[in-house]
Design a protein around this ligand. Structure first.
Ligand code: PMP
Length: 356
């Protein structure tokens, strides 16, 4: 029996995608082999690779002067590759909105001088700062657009003037309409809203590829290497890219990002409306900045939270524990989480509350 999986990532994939991948597992498109067994330079694989890129471009409205890269090493590798590749003046601004932003900042500080342009640590990362102390000659400003652990999200892109804005969109990409042209670089690990783990996506404005400092880096760590070779400098994670392509086709069939955004808003509203009226549970993030994707909450009682996770799992609602840093509970509801899953969770919470 398939469960409703509220994991923060790797996360639930659309069942239609899993079924199609299953059908094509042994033999893809009458070619006598699985996608996993194909040369990454074969015509059959190249079609998959190019379709995945074209779909992402179409769904996100990525302008022509941006490159799309499929890389390995996850979002965490980007914490290092960004300062390595964008370093011109040796300075970058970081907005600290939670654990992942902190990690990105810490990693960058090994390569250049980072400056904290704003932080929401004073209220346990429960909000998104709205005033920033930007450095005029910084090489870039880094934000985490959706905060997976504390459940907050930026409402649009902050204005950084001529300084390129870099966003970790790992847990928010493709969940709501974003204006790519406001960013210099967007990156995301795939394992939440794009597809299975194993591939990370980088969307980079072409002018940022020209950098004398970056040209001195080891070849595999230069964005330019991957941009110039269509992400085929070495073997890319072909099966993850193939599955991402299936997910992107699925998303297109759901009305694209505009279509899924409406579903995501409705799912989140269902959950937050219940939470706001609950006598037992309360949400952790401040209302204005609440994420559509990750919702941390708690009963305020550790033992009760643990009991909740256990009882929920017994009825097929799984992975509802909060992150170990904040404790409590968390429901992650990415694009592939059906509305029926959120309805079932809310009904379960109502019952749990009555019995508590
Ligand atoms: N950034 C954010 C916002 C995340 O949620 C995560 C993973 N949960 C990461 C970065 C790290 O991603 P990866 O495991 O792909 O390195």
């Amino acid at each position: 029996m398939r469960v409703y999986n509220f994991s923060p990532g790797p996360a639930a994939l659309p069942v239609e995608v899993l079924e199609q991948a299953g059908k094509e597992m042994v033999e893809y498109n009458n070619c006598g082999m699985s996608v996993m067994e194909m040369s990454h330079r074969s015509k059959m694989y190249m079609e998959i690779h190019e379709t995945a890129e074209a779909l992402l471009r179409e769904l996100m409205g990525i302008p022509a002067n941006y490159k799309v890269l499929f890389l390995q090493g996850g979002a965490s590798q980007q914490f290092a590759m960004i300062p390595m590749n964008l370093n011109k003046n040796g300075k970058a601004d970081y907005v600290l909105t939670g654990e992942w932003a902190n990690k990105a900042n810490k990693e960058a500080s090994k390569i250049l001088k980072t400056h904290v342009a704003a932080t929401s640590e004073d209220r346990k990362f429960g909000y998104i700062p709205e005033t920033f102390n930007f450095t005029p000659d910084a090489d870039y400003v880094h934000i985490t657009s959706n905060n997976t652990i504390c459940g907050t999200r930026f409402l649009g892109a902050p204005d950084t003037g001529n300084v390129p804005l870099v966003a970790d969109m790992s847990s928010g990409i493709l969940s709501e309409v974003m204006d790519v042209s406001k960013y210099g670089l967007i990156y995301a690990g795939a394992q939440k809203n794009i597809g299975p783990a194993g591939v990370a996506i980088v969307i980079i404005r072409e002018d940022l590829l020209e950098n004398e400092n970056a040209a001195k880096l080891p070849t595999v760590f230069q964005y330019k290497t991957h941009a110039d070779s269509q992400s085929l400098f070495n073997t890319p994670p072909t099966y993850s890219i193939y599955t991402a392509k299936l997910c992107l086709e699925w998303l297109k069939g759901k009305g694209g990002v505009e279509g899924i955004q409406k579903v995501n808003e409705a799912k989140a509203k269902l959950f937050y409306d219940f939470l706001d009226n609950s006598a037992l549970f309360k949400g952790l993030a401040e209302k204005k900045y609440r994420s559509l994707m990750n919702i941390p909450f708690t009963s305020g009682d550790d033992a009760k939270d643990k009991d909740f996770v256990k009882q929920a799992a017994e009825v097929g609602l799984v992975n509802l524990s909060g992150h170990r840093l904040v404790g409590g509970l968390r429901a992650s509801m990415y694009n592939a989480m059906p509305t029926a899953g959120v309805e079932k969770l809310v009904d379960f919470m109502k019952d749990f509350e009555k019995k508590a």
